[in-house]
Ligand binder design. Structure first.
Ligand code: ZN
Length: 291
């Protein structure tokens, strides 16, 4: 049995499972302070252990930015984040201390990319990108069976994009860059600009074209840099509006026939479970390494 957490900015989804299709217990914990949230998660797993038996390992798919340098004293902690109270908080140590099992951690989007590569839309592809479009925009990569890390982890949601001429007024909502992809195309950017969700902006289709255009530029940048064979788009904004066709068109327009084999744009084969399934796979992997 394994423990898995998809640690998000608004909620922590906690599960105990034997396999991705064999979930034995589940709890949603609202994300409040680090202490309260992680104690709540620890309590759920301890209760599950008394009811169901011991855990072999835990996997955490966490919101970022995260310190994932294996030798860093802050390994598994959040770096500077606009999320109040969470900068420097460890997603790893409180769980290790409470549960006494190996804990494996990666970003929510790298974990989702791994889950889609192994069990979802990315099966059969060597190079899979996963993009979440929701409260923020994050991009994870799974290439030749491994998640992509570097000095930290990719942060392609903060790439700069060319402005749509119909969208020159809105300054963008990223506190660091203003009009990066996240600043222009995330859920909060849509809400700040038009006062409603994308699926409710159906009057003339222009908001959809603008957002699809920015996400298409992101897809083209991913195809040109990492050369992913498939780019899976998930997250709340994607679920609300059928943007995929728009992204495909915009990406093809940007690339203008340059790539002989452009990346396939797809929806998540695991629906909204890519992140939590990724967390479970992280747990299974570390248990296999530790035994
Ligand atoms: Zn940014």
């Amino acid at each position: 049995m394994y423990g898995a957490i998809e640690a998000g900015g608004t909620k922590f989804i906690c599960e105990v499972a034997r396999a991705p299709d064999e979930v034995l217990a589940r709890r949603r914990i609202p994300t409040t302070s680090p202490r309260e949230t992680l104690e709540g998660a620890g309590r759920f797993f301890l209760e599950s252990v008394s009811a169901l038996g011991p855990l072999k390992a835990m996997g955490v798919a966490g919101f970022g930015p995260l310190d994932l340098a294996p030798t860093s004293p802050g390994y598994g902690s959040l770096l500077a984040t606009p999320k109040a109270g969470w900068s420097g908080a460890s997603l790893l140590k409180p769980l290790q201390d409470a549960l006494g099992v190996p804990v494996n951690i990666d970003t929510d989007v790298n974990a989702a990319a791994m889950a889609e590569a192994r069990l979802g839309s990315g099966q059969g592809y060597r190079s899979v990108a996963y993009v979440t479009v929701g409260t923020g925009i994050g991009v994870g990569f799974h290439i030749d069976g491994r998640s992509l890390h570097g000095a930290m982890h990719p942060e392609a949601g903060h790439l700069l994009v060319r402005r749509d001429v119909r969208d020159m007024e809105f300054a963008g909502c990223c506190p660091f860059h203003g009009d990066c992809v996240e600043g222009l195309a995330s859920g909060p950017a849509i809400l700040q600009r038009w006062g409603r969700n994308l699926s409710e902006c159906s009057d003339d289709g222009i908001p959809m074209q603008i957002i699809g255009g920015y996400l298409g530029q992101l897809a083209a940048s991913i195809a040109l840099t990492v050369s992913s064979e498939i780019i899976v788009f998930g997250g709340g904004v994607m679920a609300l509006a059928d943007l995929r066709g728009m992204i495909e068109r915009s990406s093809a327009q940007q690339l203008n026939g340059y790539l002989p084999k452009p990346a396939r744009i797809a929806g998540p084969g695991l629906g909204d479970r890519s992140g939590i399934v990724g967390a479970l796979l992280l747990a299974i992997d570390i248990a296999a390494r530790s035994s």
